[in-house]
Design a protein around this ligand. Structure first.
Ligand SMILES: [Zn+2]
Length: 166
């Protein structure tokens, strides 16, 4: 066997080792909730194109789950006006009693009016775990998501992605 062949095989083996197992996209779930099939296809494509395995921590949420998530953000000292575009809805929440039931009913009313506070309420929002990812992987996910027409927002412990409706 010539040295060049060995080198070629060596390079090939190296390529095999380095090629991530996620050529087909790797999407796993840390939540039982699912959402629209088109969003599932987006997630697989995102993982595939960015070459990053992704773990979904939150997908479709009930108004109660959305209220719980927002109350938790508030507890952590986060500013809801920075995180959500619907200022009028945030004002209504901030003026209401800080409990699950009252927040859930306000959140549901906004959804019924056609202005959902979060894409999670109609299944077009997904959260990706970031604690297991390197900064360059997170950056690639964000760039790739934008190229796919989505709106990624890096939050304290996850990457939120709002997907376009087809
Ligand atoms: Zn989110």
């Amino acid at each position: 066997m010539k040295a060049t062949t060995v080198a070629a095989i060596g390079a090939g083996a190296l390529l095999l080792l380095r090629k991530p197992k996620i050529r087909k996209g790797s999407v796993s779930f840390a939540t039982p909730n699912r959402g629209p099939a088109v969003v599932m296809r987006y997630l697989v494509r995102l993982s595939q194109r960015a070459r990053v395995p992704i773990v979904i921590t939150s997908w479709t949420r009930t108004p109660q789950a959305q209220a719980a998530a927002m109350l938790a953000k508030l507890e952590r000292g986060e500013n809801l006006y920075d995180l959500y575009r619907n200022d009028a809805a945030i004002r209504a929440l901030m003026n209401a009693d800080r409990n699950l039931a009252s927040w859930a009913s306000i959140i549901d009313a906004w959804t019924q009016s056609g202005r959902p506070l979060s894409r999670h309420l109609d299944g077009y929002g997904t959260d990706i775990r970031t604690r297991n990812l390197r900064p360059d992987q997170i950056a690639r996910l964000m760039t790739t998501a934008r190229a796919m027409g989505a709106n990624p927002v890096l939050e304290s412990d996850h990457l939120h992605i709002g997907w376009p409706r087809p």
